[in-house]
Design a protein around this ligand. Structure first.
Ligand SMILES: O=C(O)c1ccccc1N[C@@H]1O[C@H](COP(=O)(O)O)[C@@H](O)[C@H]1O
Length: 221
């Protein structure tokens, strides 16, 4: 599978095994206490061992300070930091320099103008992640199972490296990959039986749907 696939919000060994056996290129751990997917650093450190040599471990944080990031990086030794809050370009640069790790910067998208913000992060963030804006009242900046209009990304130039995220699941991934050509996709609540509860069967079904989509002619090259 040349498309990167990130299964995010992993908390258990059986979910990790389903993600890795399915062919995940990235596995994500959420460090955000309000999330039902939040894990302590020592749990993530233990889980990530199974991914060594198989998938990249992504630490997902939201406006984390240096002390919080220090604790995560030293315990988990992630391959990538995903910054899913309102981190400025200067903060992204600071984080990259402090840890020497690639940074994936998340952006919440609802309308075309939301994409204008990526301009000041180009050359700083290593990759972008496009997620939907959280629904009103949600305490979570991500993991809401909400999609946005993928066509908004169709005009991006080819060298914008991004992961598509937000409300993806086995039923809609074919349409998503037919609409746009991300270098990676990222899923969390679409492979859960309840908030924060990953379902290995749904993980397997998602990979099957991705493979089917990639095999069909409808996916742009
Ligand atoms: O999943 C969470 O709880 C979460 C909390 C804080 C920041 C990001 C979070 N998840 C990210 O949300 C997107 C999409 O999730 P979904 O597939 O729509 O449920 C994904 O990038 C996660 O990394």
């Amino acid at each position: 599978m040349t498309l990167d696939v990130k299964i995010c919000g992993l908390k258990t060994e059986d979910a990790m095994a389903a993600a890795l056996d399915g062919g995940a290129s990235h596995i994500g751990f959420i460090f955000f206490e309000k999330s039902p997917r939040h894990v302590e650093a020592d749990t993530a450190a233990s889980l990530r061992k199974a991914a060594l040599g198989r998938a990249k471990a992504v630490a997902v944080t939201v406006n984390a300070d240096d002390a919080g990031l220090d604790a995560i990086v030293s315990a988990v030794n992630p391959d990538i930091l995903q910054l899913h809050g309102g981190e400025s370009p200067e903060r992204v640069a600071e984080v990259k320099a402090r840890y020497g790790l690639p940074v994936m910067k998340a952006f919440a998208i609802r309308e075309a103008t939301d994409l204008e913000r990526i301009g000041s992060y180009r050359g700083i963030a290593d990759r972008f992640l496009f997620d939907a804006k959280p629904p009103k009242g949600s305490e979570l900046p991500g993991g809401n199972g909400v999609s946005f209009d993928w066509q908004l990304l169709a005009g991006l130039d080819d060298n914008v490296d991004y992961m598509l995220s937000g409300g993806l699941n086995a039923a809609n991934i074919g349409a998503a990959l037919n609409a746009v050509s991300p270098r990676g996709i990222d899923i969390s609540s679409g492979v859960e039986s309840a908030p924060g509860e990953k379902d290995p069967e749904l993980i397997r079904a998602f990979f099957a749907a991705v493979r089917l989509a990639l095999e069909t002619d409808t996916v742009p090259a």
